[in-house]
Design a protein around this ligand. Structure first.
Ligand SMILES: NCCCNCCCCCC(O)(O)C(F)(F)F
Ligand SMILES: [Zn+2]
Length: 341
């Protein structure tokens, strides 16, 4: 299987994250992609190629122009205030506060974000534009006839909505990939999100549409991040009603329950009969993940890959989460090996 990878991911490296009451080194850091790349190479998964530049147009097909403009200018405006540290919001535009978009960079930082765990740094813009190019280059390769392609994307993307960042995500790589497939002639695309956390951003982007089927298996937002989306009664709206499936599972759910949800999800994909599949591949469902509470073993990721492969669809895998850094490569590449079996 072909892997698309850019070293520019290393430019996104936040200083600290508020976890369990104290500031700790960011869980979402460059070592994650380094370890996955190392495993891709050591397992001989296939060629590794650099992304081609695709510009901002494909990004603007899913993200709001004001939001993209904010991301593009934020660091320069932040440092112009004499600040050289990571840009993080101090508050949010919550209920009954004015909804107008602030002019000032600090107000926009609050307006265009959903949490304080997603540091905007000097390298964020080049890193996220490179990640979008990685995802789009994977679609180039699907269009050229590849059956499965691995977009080793970092930073991740599935929490990034039309007009806000969060959960370590800025550009929604999987959504950009899916939209690009449609723009190149696909009639229907399914996005399967197997990350431990609900892909609220991906759901947000396609919620009113029937040309993208979104399915997500994740920790129940009743007790898990992102708390405010990802419930089973969210089926889409308008033309999109019936094209959104959430499978929230209680924390500490069994592997059997997880695969039962996967089987149901894959049945819906078969029924939808898409032209292609995009997988938001998070491996934080791993039993040893430090911030998540499912218990897949490394061998279960082989089974996951095989099940996805059984759909027989052209598939682009976009890397999302996974924080047990030692086995992250084993777990991610197991999915890709299983798919290729
Ligand atoms: N006590 C731990 C709190 C962690 N709060 C943030 C969780 C973000 C998860 C990000 C992800 O894994 O979903 C992605 F795929 F986007 F990277
Ligand atoms: Zn996750």
């Amino acid at each position: 299987m072909l892997t698309i990878y850019s070293d520019k991911h290393r430019l996104q490296h936040g200083k600290a994250e508020l976890i369990d009451g104290t500031l700790k080194p960011c869980f979402e850091n460059p070592s994650r992609a380094d370890m996955v790349l190392q495993e891709v190479r050591s397992r001989g998964l296939g060629p590794v190629i650099e992304p081609l530049a695709h510009g901002l147009e494909p990004v603007l097909r899913v993200h709001d122009a004001g939001y993209v403009g904010f991301l593009q200018t934020a660091w320069q405006r932040w440092t112009a205030m004499g600040r050289d540290y990571d840009a993080l919001p101090k508050m949010w535009q919550i209920r009954r506060l004015r909804a107008a978009i602030p002019e000032h960079v600090e107000g926009q930082l609050c307006y265009y974000s959903m949490d304080c765990g997603t540091p905007l740094t000097a390298g964020t813009w080049p890193a996220i534009t490179a990640a979008a190019d990685v995802a789009l280059t994977a679609i180039d390769q699907l269009e050229a006839g590849q059956r499965g392609v691995f977009a080793l994307t970092r930073p991740p993307g599935h929490h990034a909505a039309r007009d806000y960042c969060g959960g370590y995500c800025f550009f929604n790589n999987a959504a950009i990939a899916a939209q690009s497939l449609l723009d190149r002639g696909a009639k229907r695309v399914a996005i399967l999100d197997v990350d431990y956390h609900h892909g609220n951003g991906t759901q947000d982007i396609f919620y009113q549409r029937d040309d993208v089927l979104f399915l997500s298996i994740h920790g129940d937002p009743a007790t898990e991040y992102p708390f405010f989306l990802g419930f089973a009664d969210e089926h889409g709206e308008g033309a999109g009603l019936g094209f959104n499936y959430n499978f929230p599972l209680p924390a500490a759910s069994s592997v059997a329950l997880w695969f039962a949800a996967l089987e149901t999800a894959l049945g819906e994909v078969r029924r939808y009969a898409p032209d292609a599949l995009v997988v938001s591949l998070g491996v934080d469902t791993f039993e040893g993940d430090p911030i998540s509470r499912f218990s897949l073993a490394s061998t279960d990721f082989l089974r996951l890959g095989e099940q996805i492969g059984s759909l027989g669809l052209p598939t682009a895998f976009c890397m999302e989460g996974g924080y047990a850094v030692e086995p992250i490569g084993l777990n991610a590449v197991n999915v890709l090996e299983g798919f290729s079996m």
